[in-house]
Ligand binder design. Structure first.
Ligand code: UDP
Length: 282
């Protein structure tokens, strides 16, 4: 059964959380659900039609950066891998998929995918809550989303720079508003950990971890030109706009990720596990 048939299977009661199981693949230990945007939207829609409200669906967008963090933080790794839907974000994963002979169906970065969700939310009457980013960014982002989608029900928002562990007042606000969709924009690994910790406490439908999306929607950063996105070079454009916080991703994380991919492709498994053992022994 292919991924599309499986997502179709959701409608026949096979369970939304298992819907993309056969399309699952792993990159350096991080699970990816290799589905199209249409299939992912179908999973969201089906969950919202059937879900029990006390267990929000957790949807993350793993990319080279979060995979890098997960290699060093086992708690973060399991928090990603236990999510309900993991959509592949970025050209790094597309390249890795090609090299490893497991091609990625579609690059589903949040910046392209979430506007589709918001469009669908406006059409279906799903309510939305926005959580994350700096106070003036979230205000601006809310205004711009509302201007682009006049009929969308944005039921609440909260800025994201809060003291660590102070979840309860936000959860209380979310539960009072009972949104169908929550967008959490705290950056990785904070946002995935926040969602993993709180999903079962929330009176909500689907919870997306969306990274720097609000900064883009509010106009703080610009998207790369379409030609650059098409050739998979958007991360370079992002680096140029914010070199202080993104240099590590471009100069360390991307090359290291690709080196490990090449290693997986061209170095036999036994040689790799031997070299890991001897590195650990040093
Ligand atoms: N952020 C936040 N609370 C924090 C740390 C970060 O709300 O404690 C926000 C920050 O203001 C920015 C976003 O999280 O809007 C992080 O964006 P980044 O580009 O780093 O995320 P990425 O997409 O790379 O994971």
């Amino acid at each position: 059964m292919n991924a599309w048939e499986e997502v179709q299977g959701v409608e026949h009661g096979s369970g939304v959380r298992a819907s993309s199981q056969n399309a699952r693949t792993y990159f350096q230990g991080v699970r990816i659900d290799n589905v199209s945007a249409q299939q992912a939207l179908h999973v969201v829609e089906t969950h919202l039609a059937n879900h029990d409200r006390r267990n929000a669906l957790r949807v993350f967008f793993p990319n080279v950066h979060s995979i890098h963090l997960a290699r060093q933080d086992k708690e973060f790794l399991s928090c990603i891998n236990e999510a309900d839907l993991l959509l592949p974000d970025g050209s790094g994963l597309m390249i890795a998929g090609k090299i490893l002979g497991r091609p990625i169906v579609e690059n589903l970065n949040g910046t392209d995918f979430i506007p589709k969700v918001l469009q669908r939310a406006e059409e279906r009457g799903w309510s939305v809550y926005l959580f994350g980013a700096l106070p003036h960014i979230i205000e601006e982002c809310r205004n711009r989303i509302q201007a682009a989608h006049p009929r969308l029900k944005i039921v609440g928002h909260h800025q994201g720079h809060i003291p660590e562990g102070e979840d309860s007042s936000i959860i209380a606000d979310i539960n009072e508003k009972a949104p169908n969709i929550i967008l959490v924009a705290l950056g990785s690994p904070l946002q995935e950990k926040w969602v993993a910790r709180n999903a079962a406490k929330m009176n909500a439908g689907v919870c997306f971890a969306v990274g720097g999306l609000f900064d883009f929607l509010a106009g703080k950063y610009r998207r790369a030109p379409v030609w650059m996105r098409r050739i998979g070079a958007e991360f370079i454009y992002r680096f140029v706009q914010d070199p202080r916080s993104k240099w590590r991703r471009l100069l360390i994380e991307q090359p290291l990720f690709l080196m490990l991919v090449f290693g997986e492709r061209f170095i036999p498994r036994r040689a790799r596990s031997f070299s890991n053992r001897s590195t650990k022994g040093n």
